[in-house]
Ligand binder design. Structure first.
Ligand code: ADE
Length: 417
């Protein structure tokens, strides 16, 4: 569904939000200043499939100001901020196909609408656009490559590569250190709890919080929850990650035993069926369930429905299920990404680095003009360092430099003491 803007005041609200984000994204803004006269993306068509938030609004503005032609859709049915979409459509004249609360059919229609510009570059979060591009529309595009923002998307695209079916190069933005070590950890750590608080306003202090998965996202959430006074238990399938969680000071147990004690459950694994019927029937009265992984498959909603006698929406974000066991459990945001569906996503300061990585990766693909092989590429360390230094500079933090003597010491092997 194209974005028909009827409500100018919605767009005005969105513009103010994007302006706010822009004021907190100095690295991305510095990149715009560096390239806007030269317009290196002139003539390049970009199809974007990222959560339509105020931070994405800044990225879209910056890409457009350096010459790109854009069409944009959301990458999750519940994460679009309609005021931001309205501002991008009205103030920036970008083709936006996104609205909060679209059906699955509308969601895929929106993806196909951005594909209709016949993009040279795709920007994706979760790989839905890239996979659709692989199905048929690609034939029409002169495609140079794409970028992928998130762990789940990179996993899917590496699987496509392993199957020998990846048709164009992808830069795994997620795998840059200045992305996943900050966005996934501190961004989700804060915004997932923000979503749970906005949806329920519970007091977190003293609660038993069960975090499923101890990757970057799980780590961030566990740390922030502990900081707010929660008793955190981590569940894992990976022995190394489980051990790290234990030595970081958290309890570690199986989901089945945690299910009887948890007040709040937060899934972060990227896998399906993490909370299933077996666990649901054990849950305490009042248990709250939220997901911070990319897709709504981690908490089994069919299992909740099978075990419940009725359901009631208690507010915009939360549905109460009355279980046959007599307990009431509360599902936030239909099991979709809680930080984006019930809150505003990661703060601008952290998206600054993620989207600086997106911008520089798009520039690299544009420069390649299609000469890169169809593989999944990591961001180069020089890009990571450039972004980290720019971020530090924006925070007025200076770091030390190695002396020549120190560099020679580190590069050599003969001098020990
Ligand atoms: N993913 C997580 N938080 C986000 C945000 N604020 N904008 C775009 N994508 C996001």
């Amino acid at each position: 569904m194209n974005y028909h803007v009827k409500d100018i005041s919605l767009a005005q609200e969105g513009k103010k939000k994007i302006d706010w984000a822009e004021a907190h994204m100095p690295v991305l803004v510095a990149l715009r200043h560096k390239y806007e006269d030269e317009k290196p993306l002139k003539g390049i068509k970009i199809a974007g499939c990222l959560h339509v938030t105020k931070e994405t609004g800044v990225l879209a503005r910056v890409l457009q100001s350096v010459g790109a032609e854009l069409a944009w859709c959301g990458c999750n049915p519940l994460s679009t901020q309609d005021d931001v979409a309205a501002s991008l459509a009205t103030d920036e004249h970008i083709s936006v196909f996104a609205r909060r609360g679209v059906s699955t059919r509308e969601y895929y229609d929106d993806i196909r609408s951005v594909m209709a510009i016949e993009p040279n570059i795709t920007i994706d979060d979760g790989a839905d656009l890239t996979i659709e591009m692989h199905k048929d529309m690609m034939a029409k595009s002169v495609i140079y490559g794409g970028t992928e923002e998130t762990t789940t998307g990179v996993v899917r695209l590496r699987a496509l590569q392993t199957a020998g079916k990846l048709k164009y190069p992808i830069i795994a933005v997620n795998d840059a250190e200045t992305k996943h070590d900050f966005d996934n950890v501190y961004g989700t750590g804060q915004s997932a709890l923000d979503g749970i608080i906005r949806a329920t306003n519970i007091l977190l202090a003293g609660k038993n919080v069960i975090v499923a998965g101890y990757g970057h996202v799980g780590k961030g959430i566990a740390k922030r929850a502990a900081g707010m006074g929660c008793n955190v238990t981590v569940t894992e399938v990976d022995p190394i990650a489980a051990l790290k969680a234990k030595l970081d000071g958290f309890s570690v147990s199986q989901m089945l035993s945690a299910s009887a004690t948890g007040d709040v459950f937060i899934t972060t694994t990227g896998c399906k069926g993490v909370i299933s019927e077996e666990e649901i029937v054990r849950m305490k009265d009042g248990a709250i369930l939220a997901n911070a992984g990319h897709f709504n498959v981690e908490i089994s909603i069919p299992a909740i429905e099978a075990q419940s006698t009725n359901s009631t929406r208690i507010n915009e974000h939360t549905v109460q299920y009355k279980l046959k066991t007599g307990s009431r459990i509360y599902l936030i945001a239909e099991g979709r990404l809680v930080n984006l569906a019930a809150a505003e996503g990661h703060p601008s300061e952290v998206m600054d680095m993620s989207f600086a990585n997106q911008f520089l990766s798009v520039m690299k693909l544009a420069e390649s003009k299609g000469s890169m092989k169809p593989l999944v590429y990591n961001v180069e360390i020089s890009q990571d360092r450039e972004i980290a230094l720019a971020k530090l500079e924006s925070m007025r933090i200076q770091i030390d430099n190695l002396t020549d003597e120190q560099r020679l010491y580190l590069e050599g092997f003969s001098e020990g003491t």
